[in-house]
Ligand binder design. Structure first.
Ligand SMILES: [Fe+2]
Ligand SMILES: [Fe+2]
Length: 300
């Protein structure tokens, strides 16, 4: 069983490590925080997504407690040293999508679309709006990094809003109170406004909490244009692209590129639809697209 999924019966231990029923619970929570303005405007209520009394809310809180407690500066550097060697596995691209799809919610297989459907709905929404094909490619690839779960990584080291480490945590990050548990919170190397960084040093010089965004960016960085790479790398950095909490670390170029991150985000958040796209119809287009941008095999 993948590390991100919970067995139906047992193991306090496992639920202590991975509190979420599945990874989508995090994304559902993001959607509650940042509901689709289009559905609000058209009075197509977001009730379908909102469930404030849900016990899932407690699992999300516990998930962030773990995330904020353990995603320290040293933790991030260690994970980068390990996973950015890309020495775990090598797969043909389409096998990699199948591999990612092992992340299904075993306890509730019918309610959620699988990971590939989310990728396809994101990329199709981008395509429908006439964006360049590399952005469609970003849509299809953006959550590939979630395979980290299949390498035994806990949920809080794969998903969740990302944030800079090595400097003070912003109170604009979701559940900021849990940062008190971080070893970095009282460490004076890391707890000032700039910490180990300098003013407007540029995000490329800043370490963000470790997860599927950075991993997918590093995987794709030789194959996609720069705006697409920003979309991959920062798509979960809500504290910046929604809350603008880290302008002081960004340079001019980051600000320019974040227009692209802003453009991408609604496709990720608001493209979910219970009806899966017709893959057989779409397959030829995507086979050509993947051939155009990606090598025959992907390294993990
Ligand atoms: Fe994502
Ligand atoms: Fe996504």
């Amino acid at each position: 069983m993948p590390a991100c999924m919970l067995p139906s019966t047992d193991e306090l231990n496992q639920s202590a490590i991975n509190p979420l029923k599945n990874l989508d619970v995090w994304e559902d929570d993001v959607l509650e925080r940042y509901p689709d303005p289009a559905s609000i405007a058209s009075d197509k209520s977001t009730e379908a997504y909102r469930n404030y009394d849900s016990p899932e809310r407690d699992t999300v809180r516990e998930f962030y407690r773990l995330n904020h407690t353990y995603q320290s500066y040293d933790f991030v550097l260690n994970k980068k040293a390990n996973f950015l060697k890309f020495d775990k596995k090598e797969m043909p691209v389409w096998d990699a999508f199948q591999f990612l799809n092992q992340l299904v919610d075993d306890s509730d297989p019918d309610t959620d679309l699988d990971q590939f459907q989310h990728l396809l709905q994101t990329s199709e929404a981008i395509r429908r709006d006439g964006h360049p094909d590399w952005m469609v490619m970003v849509g299809l690839l953006h959550d590939m990094g979630k395979v980290l779960c299949l390498f035994g990584e806990p949920q809080w080291a794969v998903v969740g809003d990302t944030f800079p480490v090595g400097c003070a945590f912003s109170d604009k990050i979701v559940y900021p109170e849990y940062f008190k548990n971080s070893p970095d919170f009282d460490d004076e190397r890391y707890n000032t406004k700039y910490g180990v960084y300098t003013p407007n040093c540029g995000l490329d010089n800043v370490h963000l909490s470790w997860g599927h965004d950075e991993y997918a960016y590093q995987m794709a960085k030789d194959y996609l244009p720069e705006p697409g790479l920003y979309m991959l790398r920062y798509h979960s950095f809500y504290a910046q692209h929604r809350e603008h909490a880290y302008d002081h670390l960004m340079n001019e170029h980051d600000h320019e590129m974040f227009k692209c991150v802003d453009l991408f985000n609604p496709y990720d958040l608001y493209s979910k639809n219970p009806t899966p796209p017709d893959w057989n119809e779409l397959k030829p287009y995507y086979e050509t697209l993947v051939k155009k941008y990606l090598p025959a095999t992907l390294k993990f």
